[in-house]
Ligand binder design. Structure first.
Ligand SMILES: *Cc1c(COP(=O)(O)O)cnc(C)c1O
Length: 431
């Protein structure tokens, strides 16, 4: 299996090279040359086994092929249960049982394990550069923390993450440096993209990416959709339809991938916050990225979702076909609050603000008479967003064990100017 750029401007390359590069040299995103169809209807016993089956076709020629099983055991060692909620045909796909209590833990751990396994002995220090709107940074930090040969540099938009998220970003130390930037997430992401496409800089520093633009983040995410879909289909004979709280479109692209590979999944509905670039586009408007709006579901505050390039590529630039295959709805903060407050009674769950966006979309579908089986993807644990969630549900939300451990460590605050030169100097600086 080889990988090409979504912009079509580079020669096909292997998985290992694409993984090391992050962004394709023409500024596009790496995508598999073709999407393999495999048997994903027969359920496998564990999530790690499903992950191995899903990833194997992409890694046949990779140096990692022989270690895929170990990589999957490590990255998918915590559960992703599909839980029945109160309400007929309403399911919750819980992806928050990892070390930082958000879905990004799975793929971040896979990526870290893969990059570590590919590292030649004696290779120079590799710097993993990450822009985060909240959860990516923590997942990447946890995944790379104390791995020899790696330096992790995280940029996050100051004041736009919850206090617990900020703590989860700043509590690592050792080989992890976290910087607050007085800017929006899109600005942080632009700084990272600039650095990654700066040839002069890259000749002096070994840079890698761990954002959702990385193939090593994208592909593993298909595993939990395939796993949930197969088990649901085996138990009920029906397809599982999914509602994915969406920001940069990485997680949702993985659902598209799982469905294309043959997982028994039905409809895919993107649940967006007030950043409605995707709902507008999928409803028929021209694609028009916009400035980011700050919302309660901050990990989805993205006005220019970078993975749109992958999605359009998979539909051969045929936007009509894309609009037929993927729907999207925008939910504003007023409705997010209402959904959090209503969910304990309506569904028997306390959702994080991102998951609440998905639950609100489910409510819309039910109100319109939709009777299919829908799983809302629970992208993070509500305890990460306690300042929003607790007042709305009227009681405390306990942090899961791993998150509590992280919160018990001291935070180290550093700041960075929102400026390419400042980032360059930092990356060139010795540590
Ligand atoms: C990252 C994140 C999202 C958005 O996922 P994308 O892959 O960027 O679309 C949604 N919810 C939470 C909690 C997240 O951390």
């Amino acid at each position: 299996m080889r990988f090409v750029s979504s912009r079509g401007g580079v020669a096909p390359t292997g998985f290992d090279e694409a993984l090391a590069a992050g962004l394709a040299p023409d500024g596009g995103l790496y995508v598999p040359e073709s999407i393999p169809g495999i048997d994903l209807t027969t359920p496998r016993a564990t999530l790690a086994q499903t992950a191995e089956a899903v990833l194997a076709p992409y890694l046949v020629q990779s140096a990692l092929a022989g270690r895929l099983s170990d990589l999957c055991t490590d990255a998918f060692g915590f559960d992703a249960p599909l839980r029945a909620m109160r309400g007929s045909g309403d399911w919750l796909l819980e992806l928050f049982h990892g070390p930082t209590a958000a879905f990004k833990d799975y793929a971040a751990r896979f990526l870290a394990g893969a990059l570590a396994a590919l590292r030649p002995a004696g290779a120079p220090l590799s710097t993993i550069l990450v822009a985060t709107s909240g959860d990516t940074g923590a997942a990447v930090a946890a995944a790379f923390h104390r791995r020899p040969g790696f330096r992790v540099v995280i940029l996050y938009p100051e004041g736009r993450v919850s206090p617990r998220q900020a703590h989860g970003l700043e509590c690592w130390g050792d080989n992890v440096e976290t910087y607050r930037v007085a800017a929006r997430f899109d600005d942080c992401q632009r700084l990272v993209k600039q650095a990654l496409s700066d040839g002069a800089l890259r000749s002096r520093v070994t840079l890698g990416s761990a954002n959702s633009i990385s193939l090593g983040r994208l592909l593993p995410q298909a595993a939990y959709y395939a796993h949930a879909g197969a088990h649901h289909h085996a138990a009920t004979g029906r397809l599982l339809n999914v509602i994915v709280p969406t920001g940069n479109l990485g997680n949702a692209c993985a659902a598209v991938l799982a469905r294309r590979m043959g997982a028994p999944l039905g409809a895919l509905h993107l649940a967006c916050n007030a950043n409605d670039t995707l709902p507008r586009f999928l409803a028929g408007a021209d694609y028009a990225p916009m400035a980011t709006r700050t919302t309660l579901a901050n990990a989805m505050d993205v006005g220019a979702p970078s993975n749109i390039e992958r999605l359009r590529h998979w539909f051969d630039g045929d936007d009509a076909a894309l609009r037929g295959a993927v729907r999207a709805t925008a939910v504003d903060d007023v409705r997010i609050r209402a959904a959090i407050a209503a969910s304990p009674v309506r569904h028997g769950v306390v959702p994080c603000p991102h998951t609440a966006v998905g639950l609100e979309v489910l409510a819309d579908l039910r109100a319109a008479g939709d009777t299919r089986d829908w799983a809302v993807v629970a992208t993070a644990h509500p305890a990460k967003f306690e300042t929003i969630v607790e007042p709305l549900v009227g009681h405390g939300v306990e942090a899961p064990v791993a998150l509590a451990a992280c919160l018990a460590r001291p935070a180290i605050a550093r700041t960075l100017r929102a400026d390419a030169d400042a980032l360059r100097a930092l990356l060139l600086g010795a540590t």
